[in-house]
Design a binder for this molecule. Structure first.
Ligand code: GLN
Length: 473
């Protein structure tokens, strides 16, 4: 059995203890054995083996020619385009749709020697918190399959949790990488808005969307981020400041961290979550970092702001699925109007439709100012408040989730409860800030499900988030 994290696996291959083909084979076996968890919607078995052979030969012929991610086995969420491969966003709407392009971070990973093993299940168009809205059915949490893995990158989180790849690429619009990482006991990072190109990521809410990563170890995530981040002329919101790996490795800084009074003083805070937070706070202090609570009274506005703005953006982004240009097209329509109507009625699932209707409503002439404009103003207020906290503090500490992973079916019946459960993760996307979720385990005997703690950093402070996480793990 080869090591789970990439850095160790690479060393083992270089030492001649194992080769890349065996590594890919063992992942493929794990994927087969775990089919009941519904992690992957497609596995690139032959292709991954062929690439492993090629990369192994390349190394044997010229060891100095290998790239930074040589032999790293990654999976990609079913919203990330990979040319000549199917991408469906977990939706009937994109049945059998073949990507015409490769997403920039995927291309950069391939150029650096990565191997793509398959595409993972997710909520339809990345809308959801439980991975239950996918047309392929739910993904199950590997620790307890009666529970959800979280969403929308649930497949990506279980893919790492159950050792079917070294690292998973997901997307995070409001927590979709951090929340499932927390529910599954792995690490999830959402970079600063613009730090990784969004070219080739199927859009949900463009001013919130980011490619995010799920992995076993900080070294792997830092290495991957430094390789794929940076300017991309195909995404005008990207910029030329890739993550600096050496800054993560040499960092011994002591940080000032803020927690929100409204969260940590709340007597209703779930005991499991509270125990994880208390433990992290005492670890931070023991490591010589400073921790204080500050007031953040805008907390109740996070979820409404997020859902007004993301549904509005989604209703615009998803208007392109009209039965003419992309994917699914209803067969029994009589004219153009009924083609649109039937295609969208049949092609989209219930959660996507709910959001498109909400988004269309908040953008409609009579309500635009009352909802959309207002939410934009509140977004700016939230950002200003957070920026002023981050002038004094290096980072903000929050739980990643309000609870441990819920049982399958328990949240999906109640969308409002599901939306409210995103309260701690949407903040980073509202503000465009980087955030990481790392697993935390207290020794209470009944706390058997994984839990995550979240650090939110200043813009472009991924290196600080990664190094502090490294100290805490
Ligand atoms: N749960 C959130 C939503 O449904 C976040 C989704 C995401 O980050 N893609 O919008």
């Amino acid at each position: 059995m080869s090591p789970n994290n990439y850095s160790d696996a690479r060393q083992a291959v270089i030492n001649g203890e194992v080769n890349l083909i065996d590594i890919v084979r063992s992942f493929l076996t794990a994927i087969k054995d775990l089919e009941h968890l519904n992690i992957y919607v497609e596995v690139y078995e032959e292709e991954a083996l062929e690439r492993a052979r090629l990369l192994q030969t390349q190394y044997e012929q010229n060891p100095s020619s290998i790239g930074a991610l040589w032999g790293m086995v990654i999976s990609i969420k079913d919203v990330i385009c990979y040319k000549n491969h199917i991408v469906t966003a977990g939706s009937r709407m994109l049945t059998n749709f073949e990507s015409q392009i490769t997403a920039t971070p995927v291309q950069r990973a391939l150029d650096a020697g990565a191997i793509i093993i398959g595409r993972t299940n997710c909520d339809e168009f990345a809308m959801g918190s439980t991975n239950e809205t996918s047309v392929y059915g739910p993904t199950y949490n590997g620790v307890d399959p009666t529970r959800v893995p979280g969403g929308s990158s649930g497949g990506a989180a279980v893919a790492v949790q159950m050792n079917t790849c070294h690292l998973s690429m997901g997307s995070d619009t409001g927590g979709s990488v951090r929340q499932p990482a927390a529910y599954c006991g792995v690490i999830g990072i959402k970079p600063t808005y613009g730090r990784i190109s969004r070219y080739g990521l199927i859009a949900y809410a463009s001013s919130f969307d980011q490619i995010g990563l799920i992995g076993h170890g900080i070294e792997d995530l830092a290495l991957f981020l430094s390789t794929v981040s940076g300017m991309d002329p195909k995404d005008s919101t990207s910029f030329d400041l890739p993550v600096n790996l050496s800054k993560v490795q040499q960092n011994q800084k002591k940080y000032k961290i803020a927690g929100f009074k409204e969260v940590f003083d709340d007597s209703n805070l779930n005991p499991h979550v509270k125990a994880g937070c208390d433990l992290t706070i005492s670890r931070l202090r023991a490591l010589g970092h400073e921790y204080n609570t500050v007031s953040f009274d805008l907390l109740p506005y996070l979820v409404p702001t997020y859902y007004v703005l993301t549904t509005a953006e989604a209703s615009s982004n998803l208007s392109r699925y009209d039965g003419i240009r992309y994917g699914y097209s209803s067969k029994d329509s009589s004219d153009i109007k009924s083609l649109y109507f039937k295609t969208r009625s049949e092609g989209f699932g219930i959660e996507v439709k709910r959001r498109l209707m909400m988004g269309t409503f908040v953008l409609s002439v009579g309500y635009f100012d009352a909802y959309f404009t207002k939410a934009q103003q509140v977004r700016q207020m939230i950002k200003n408040r957070i920026d002023s906290i981050l002038e004094e503090y290096d980072m903000i500490l929050l739980p990643t989730t309000t609870d441990i992973a819920p049982f399958i079916g328990s949240l999906s019946k109640d969308p409002i409860q599901m939306y409210l459960s995103d309260v701690f993760t949407v903040l980073a996307n509202i503000c465009g800030l980087p955030a990481i979720s790392i697993p935390v385990k207290d020794d209470h005997p009944s706390h058997t499900m994984p839990l995550g703690i979240q650090l939110i950093g200043r813009e472009l402070a991924e290196e600080d988030l990664l190094s502090l996480s490294h100290q805490l793990l």
